[in-house]
Write a protein that binds this ligand. Structure first.
Ligand SMILES: [Zn+2]
Length: 318
């Protein structure tokens, strides 16, 4: 069977464990030699029945699976469920809700939510090089309500406060290039300018709105300001690229995710930035490969995510 090109093909294709195995081995060990994720040794044997490899080096937990050492580690759910979820999240422009996953693959909504949060971890950007050329910088408010949280917890977790307790997201965008977006605590000068300096090559053209926090960027950049009280575009000087990203992010947050706790917001920002950065000249299969390329060496446990021990996926039968 050929490699899948559509979601439907992916669902069918990954129903077969042998196909999952072929895909994962090629992804993790491109030379075809399966290596122990713990010690790197290729002196391993495959235990066909258990679908595990056994490492011959002397260390604890010598057995490992295709999922060991990836965001899927310790999940009782099979790759036949995981891989279609990765496909959907990589390719659905407005995101995928846990309810959709619940219906599509037959796990509980809670499990689906945890799966999606793990998938978002794979979408977190790797620290790439600096942006350059023409760069837009902008920030926006996200109106998430702090639901299901204790008052004490709320005041502890939501420190980034805009008007009416809204969260703030800031972005740096290279025109015709990548976006880097992150949740920031305040719109003050220090964090915003630190972000610009972290992500943008000195000497680049930087376009911002008239927010005073951007004052002083001209020391290191060709800084030009568009005052939105006067106009939104003045030749090259505008932040329309960022505006476009905000509208995509807000559409996903409002339409698909409805209510996101502020302390999880950065994961949704990572997800949207991933799709934005992989939008051009890529088909669905390539976007899937791009997210899968980042599953290794990352892990998110239910406890890290929620502070609770009772991982709902452990009760799933596969
Ligand atoms: Zn080993």
């Amino acid at each position: 069977m050929e490699a899948p090109k559509t979601l439907q093909q992916a669902v069918t294709y990954f129903t077969s464990y042998e196909n999952c195995k072929a895909y994962m081995v090629a992804l993790r060990w491109p030379d075809g030699k399966v290596k122990c994720p713990q010690c790197g040794s290729d002196h391993v044997t495959y235990l066909e029945k258990a679908r595990l490899w056994k490492c011959y080096s002397k260390h604890s937990r010598p057995k490992f699976s295709l999922k060991t050492g990836t965001i899927f580690e310790d999940s009782p759910l099979g790759l036949d469920k995981w891989l279609p979820v990765m496909w959907m999240l990589a390719n659905c422009k407005n995101g995928v809700s846990s309810w959709e996953i619940h219906r599509a693959i037959g796990v509980t909504q809670k499990t689906a939510w945890f799966m999606l949060q793990r998938a978002r971890l794979a979408m977190q950007g790797e620290a790439g090089g600096k942006l350059s050329g023409e760069v837009e910088v902008d920030e926006t408010f996200i109106g998430g309500k702090a639901r299901n949280m204790h008052v004490g917890e709320r005041s502890k977790k939501i420190t980034g406060r805009g008007p009416e307790g809204k969260a703030i997201v800031a972005a740096v965008l290279e025109r015709h290039g990548e976006i880097r977006a992150q949740v920031v605590e305040t719109r003050r000068k220090k964090p915003l300018q630190a972000m610009v300096r972290e992500h943008v090559e000195t000497g680049s053209s930087v376009y911002t709105d008239a927010l005073l926090s951007y004052d002083g960027l001209s020391e290191d950049f060709e800084h030009q300001v568009i005052d939105h009280a006067v106009a939104y575009v003045d030749g090259q000087v505008h932040t329309n690229g960022c505006e476009n990203f905000w509208s995509l992010l807000k559409r996903a947050l409002k339409g698909t995710y409805v209510s996101v706790e502020p302390f999880h917001l950065f994961r949704y920002v990572d997800e949207q930035a991933f799709r934005y950065n992989n939008r051009q000249e890529m088909n669905d299969a390539q976007r899937f490969d791009a997210v899968m390329a980042q599953i290794v060496g990352r892990r998110l446990t239910y406890k890290e995510l929620t502070g609770k021990l009772d991982d709902p996926t452990q009760a799933e039968t596969n």
